[in-house]
Design a protein around this ligand. Structure first.
Ligand SMILES: Nc1ncnc2c1ncn2[C@@H]1O[C@H](COP(=O)(O)OP(=O)(O)OP(=O)(O)O)[C@@H](O)[C@H]1O
Ligand SMILES: [Mg+2]
Length: 472
């Protein structure tokens, strides 16, 4: 079906080219040949008219009979000369330089017109398949019409030559048009088919072969667009496979661990204290699975563009206090100190639940990835345009080689405790970006700071940044 369509395009292209060439030749023929023919015939008629004056003068000088005059004049003017006499508006031949037969000019149309109009008449006639130019001069005093008839074969022969040459050139031109048109169309058809095959390959999920077309035209641009599309789809496809592999792996670890503990607990010999310990560990694994399920759901919503965020005033001081309070028991257990430092009244334009989620992920990291005894500070403040909330800890810091990747999905730093799945920061950053903000990371040994920058709401009250806040 598609092949037929491309062939159709090729035929149409060739036909269009043929039409253009044939049309141009037709116009050249009409303009050159027709106008040249008119000019040649007119030149011959002008010459005959001038000669006719000479013959008329000779007739008026009365040199011999009409027949003698016709023959002598014919030699002089190199044309057939016929002298008619007019009797009751009919023509009778008196003399004719053509001595063989005068029948052919007995009812000559030019001479007949001359007796009707009583003026010099000129025109062309065809006799026995040959064309003649004719001039007829009526001499009313003498009741005579003198006709000069010259063959047009000679002047028109060069024209015939031009016509023949034009015809040959036309045929060559048409053949050339067919060959060139067919070649060019085939070349383009091949390129289109290559692109079609590439599109089908991509549609079939095969992204390995690049789409190449070096042409510097619209087809080349189309191939470039295809290649960009292929590259992007290839990346997306790879990311999707990696995501599935990572997610399955993350799900498998706690599930295997749960399975192991269940088997151990089925063993009758386990004492109560151990059983309680097992149950505690199993609860942790279930919590981990639940958190993972929530994170994966958030990611799928973010990817599908189904995550909706509000842009409403959110009091960042309140957020800092609420999250600090939520984590206070856990911080105490690990002997962490959590401090809240608020300047002014920072109010951001954001989604309260999502901001809480982001700050929870940051504080969770600050407590999880630092040794016991660390101090974690939540700071909030605002300037004219932005409201800031940052979480700083004095833990080991993030090495520069990891810092570039901590916002990637499933990325976990070396030696990090195995409980996390490496999704916290990735989701946090995507959420903040959805709220038109950004997340900034500053880290060095002994200090990690992650700052969330959001747009300030009109009710926000500016205040200088808390002392420890470092701007980059
Ligand atoms: N405050 C911090 N101090 C040191 N390292 C950190 C800190 N915050 C994050 N990291 C490093 O960045 C990595 C990515 O953090 P992220 O929150 O995305 O994942 P996670 O905490 O490992 O897992 P999850 O948050 O999904 O439970 C962590 O594994 C850790 O190595
Ligand atoms: Mg985390």
């Amino acid at each position: 079906m598609n092949r037929l369509r491309i062939r159709g395009t090729r035929t149409r292209l060739v036909l269009a080219l043929l039409l253009v060439v044939a049309g141009s030749l037709g116009i050249v023929y009409l303009v050159v040949v027709t106008s040249l023919q008119t000019e040649l015939v007119n030149a011959k008629l002008d010459q005959l008219e001038a000669d006719a004056e000479t013959v008329v003068r000779a007739y008026q000088n009365e040199i011999g009979s009409e027949q003698e005059l016709a023959e002598t004049a014919a030699v002089l003017v190199q044309a057939r000369v016929v002298v008619y006499s007019i009797l009751q508006d009919e023509l009778f031949i008196f003399g004719d330089s053509n001595t063989t037969s005068s029948l052919d000019v007995a009812r000559d149309p030019t001479a007949q017109r001359a007796i009707r109009t009583r003026t010099i008449e000129r025109g062309t006639v065809v006799r026995s398949g040959r064309e003649f130019a004719e001039v007829a001069v009526p001499l009313e005093d003498s009741g005579v019409v003198i006709l000069l008839s010259g063959s047009l074969a000679d002047p028109l022969s060069s024209l015939n030559l031009i016509e023949r040459r034009l015809l040959i050139a036309g045929v060559i031109g048409l053949l050339f048009a067919v060959v060139v048109g067919y070649g060019a169309a085939s070349f383009h058809a091949r390129r289109i088919r290559r692109l079609e095959r590439a599109a089908e390959r991509i549609a079939g999920g095969r992204f390995d072969e690049p789409v190449v077309d070096t042409g510097n035209d619209e087809l080349g641009d189309l191939a470039d667009a295809f290649e960009r599309m292929r590259g992007r789809l290839e990346k997306l496809d790879r990311a999707r496979s990696e995501f599935i592999a990572n997610a399955s792996h993350e799900l498998r670890t706690p599930l295997f661990s749960l399975g192991g503990f269940l088997e151990l607990m089925a063993d009758e010999d386990v004492d109560d204290a151990t059983r309680r310990e097992f149950v505690e560990t199993m609860r942790e694994q279930v919590d981990r699975l639940a958190k993972l399920a929530t994170d994966l759901l958030d990611l799928s919503r973010l990817d599908a563009g189904r995550m909706r965020v509000e842009h409403e005033p959110v009091d960042l001081a309140e957020v800092a206090r609420v999250v600090a309070a939520e984590f206070s028991a856990r911080a105490e257990r690990k002997q962490h100190t959590v401090e809240v430092d608020v300047q002014g009244a920072p109010v951001s334009r954001a989604d309260e639940l999502r901001v809480l989620q982001v700050v929870r992920a940051l504080l969770d990291n600050a407590l999880t990835h630092t040794p016991p005894g660390t101090t974690v500070t939540l700071r909030a403040w605002a300037d004219r345009e932005h409201a800031y909330l940052e979480v700083q800890d004095d833990g080991p810091g993030i090495a520069p080689e990891h810092a570039a990747h901590v916002f990637d999905r499933f990325y976990r730093g070396d030696g990090t405790i195995a409980s996390g799945s490496g999704l916290g920061l990735a989701i946090a950053r995507e959420l903040v970006q959805m709220m038109s903000g950004e997340v900034v990371l500053e880290s060095q040994p002994g200090r990690t700071l992650i700052r969330v920058v959001l747009g300030a709401a009109p009710t926000s009250v500016e205040a200088p940044a808390p002392d420890a806040a470092v701007f980059t």
